[in-house]
Structures are given as structure tokens and as C-alpha cells.
Design a protein around this ligand. Structure first.
Ligand code: ADP
Length: 321
């Protein structure tokens, strides 16, 4: 008997080149600073989440043999950064033929200034080609139709909302990671299969102070609000505290984070989303084991925070055991 076709995940979102100067302190107005070192890395929440799905579902020496097919939908410019980002995704097993290359435009850039003594970041995002994706591009979802569509909010909000509507019309479940947080129209939540957000995003979207998420009853109240708006599965990631989830079917739990030596937390949330998506795409809405999905994602993200780097610190499938 022929094997069933592999499930397909599409990620619609941003691709950025991260430019990272490390400085002794953040520059003051008018000050010129010399960085102690400088790094570049492929990034963008969209690309990182596609890379996470790719790496967590396959081995680096058998890229074509992943547990799922994963495709990146997005836009890059016609500069050398575009090639770096495309080949980084390809090296993670992600299909890049859905990437639009925009002549005469620049690829998205994130300038991440790291204050070395404190480790604190200040980030300047320049969306460039990412913002050239317009709603008319997603009047319908591109073929082949995915079994799960993942989106974030680093591309234009009107484009995300149009893709949500197109997914709904095609009965394709959506996992939305509303980062960076922006207020969404209430009908965006209706029928949303998965909402994964961190504490800051949850507080902004719920319209409450972050301190409301300090204890389990508070988390339960905030998650209920998203369930009432029409989301089926709500997952709030809590950094070193772990994760809280609640579902419209009535399941909920606070899952503590794994204890690890934290080296760099970049891409932790993206790893979490990628791992959770792999569990979600294989389940039907009625038999989704959200507890198993959250625990696996919590474990995968803990590996990412124990390593230096962003996209390329995400573990491969065989590193998860
Ligand atoms: P984001 O990076 O989107 O802000 P979080 O900081 O909430 O997201 O982290 C996402 C997930 O990564 C957490 O839910 C947890 O599973 C894992 N994680 C983050 N920080 C730590 C940590 N210090 N120790 C262990 N796991 C962590």
C-alpha cells in the first residue's frame, strides 16, 4: 500500500538579515561607539519558525526525508542578503520556491545592538521587502494547499488578515504567533486553531497589565478571554517559567520550563512554535494531544536557549532524544 502523502506546513512571514554589533553600553545621543565584535545571522520570525519546523522534523544528512514538508512564503530583495537567507532555509530542509524576489528592493534587516555587560538588546527593524507582500497576493492560499498555515506579525497586518480569511475559506487551520503584538480585529480570533503568544503579547492583546499573568488564576482568566473570542487552543509562553495552555475543550495546565544553563534565548519562541506545529499538523481537531505538544515544544525550546545563535541554534530531530 502506498504511504500517505506527507503533511505540509506553510509559514507566511518575515525574513531578515540580523546585523548584530556588541557594544560596552548603548550609544548616547550623538555618541559614536566602537563595537567589540560584530555578527550577522539569518533571522526574521517567519524564517526562524520555518527553519524550526525543518530542523525539528529531519536530520541534517537527509534533508529530503523530513516528517513533514515545510515551505516558506515571503519576500526578499535582490541583494546578497537574499541569497544568504534562502540558502540558510534550504540547509534546514525548507522549500524556498514560494519566496518572491523583488527586483531593486532590499531584503529585510534587523539591527540588534547588544549591550555586552547586561546582555540587553535594542532592536531596529527595517522591513523592506517584507512589507511588499500585499493582501491581493493572498486572495487565495498558494498551491499546494498546506495542512497548517503559520503566521506572525512581522509582515503587513492587512496581508496577515487576508491570508487568515483565505485559510478559513479553504478550511486550512492556522497557527498565529501575534509577534510583535498589535491589536487585532476581533473577527481574526474566530475559528483560529492555535494562538501562541508570550507574556507581553498576551497582556497587550488582552488589554491587561503583564502582572495579571503572574499566577495561574490570572493566566486562566487571560486565556479564557481568547477562548471566548473564538480560539480553539491558547498557549502562553512564559520564558523561564514555562508555558500555560488552555483549550475550548476544557483542558488547561501550567507546564514548568526545563532547568538549563541559559546561553542565549533568541529563537526560543520560534523553536517552541515549530515543535508545537509538528504535533498539531498530525492531529485532527478532536484528538489533538495539546499536553504532549506543549511538553515536546518546551523541551525543544530549552535546547535552543542552552546554545549560542538564533536560527542555527535550533535542534535537529535526532538531538531531541
Ligand atoms: P519569546 O522568545 O517568544 O519571548 P519565551 O521567552 O516565552 O518566548 O520563551 C519561549 C519558550 O522557550 C518558553 O515557553 C520555554 O519553553 C523556553 N524557554 C525560554 N526561556 C527559557 C529558560 N530560561 N529556561 C528554559 N526554557 C526556556
Amino acid at each position: 500500500m502506498a504511504a500517505p502523502p506527507r503533511k505540509r506546513i506553510a509559514v507566511l512571514g518575515s525574513l531578515n538579515m540580523d546585523l548584530v554589533p556588541y557594544v560596552p553600553h548603548h550609544p548616547l545621543p550623538g555618541e559614536t561607539l566602537t563595537s567589540s565584535r560584530f555578527g550577522t545571522a539569518p533571522g526574521g520570525k517567519g524564517a526562524n519558525q520555518a527553519a524550526a519546523v525543518g530542523r525539528l522534523s529531519r536530520s541534517p544528512d537527509a534533508l529530503a526525508d523530513g516528517d513533514v514538508d515545510v515551505a516558506m512564503l515571503g519576500a526578499v530583495g535582490s541583494d546578497p542578503y537574499a541569497d544568504v537567507l534562502r540558502s540558510s532555509l534550504a540547509s534546514c530542509g525548507v522549500a524556498t520556491d514560494g519566496l518572491r524576489v523583488l527586483d531593486g528592493q532590499r531584503t529585510g534587516i534587523a539591527i540588534i545592538i547588544v549591550d555586552e555587560p547586561s546582555g540587553q538588546n535594542r532592536i531596529i527593524l527595517s522591513p523592506e521587502a517584507n512589507h511588499a507582500l500585499v493582501p491581493a497576493d493572498f486572495a487565495a492560499l498558494p498551491d499546494p494547499r498546506p495542512d497548517l498555515l503559520i503566521m506572525q506579525l512581522e509582515i503587513r497586518l492587512d496581508t496577515v488578515l487576508q491570508a487568515l480569511a483565505a485559510a478559513k475559506a479553504a478550511s486550512v487551520p492556522v497557527l498565529l504567533n501575534p509577534a510583535p503584538a498589535q491589536t487585532l480585529p476581533l473577527d481574526a480570533y474566530v475559528g483560529l486553531a492555535h494562538l501562541i503568544l508570550n507574556e507581553t503579547e498576551a497582556a497587550i492583546l488582552a488589554g491587561c497589565p503583564e502582572s495579571d499573568l503572574d499566577d495561574e488564576p490570572g493566566l486562566q482568566r487571560v486565556a479564557s478571554l481568547f477562548l471566548e473570542r473564538g480560539v480553539a487552543n491558547v498557549v502562553v509562553t512564559l520564558g523561564g517559567r514555562g508555558v500555560y495552555y488552555a483549550t475550548k475543550a476544557g483542558k488547561s495546565a501550567l507546564v514548568p520550563a526545563h532547568k538549563v544553563d541559559v546561553v542565549e534565548t533568541t529563537a526560543a519562541g520560534d523553536t517552541f512554535v515549530g515543535s508545537y506545529a509538528l504535533a498539531a499538523v498530525h492531529a485532527s481537531p478532536d484528538d489533538f494531544d495539546i499536553d504532549g505538544a506543549v511538553k515536546a515544544a518546551n523541551r525543544a525550546a530549552a535546547i535552543t536557549v542552552s546554545r549560542r545563535g538564533s536560527q542555527l541554534s535550533i535542534p535537529w530531530k535526532d538531538e531531541l532524544e
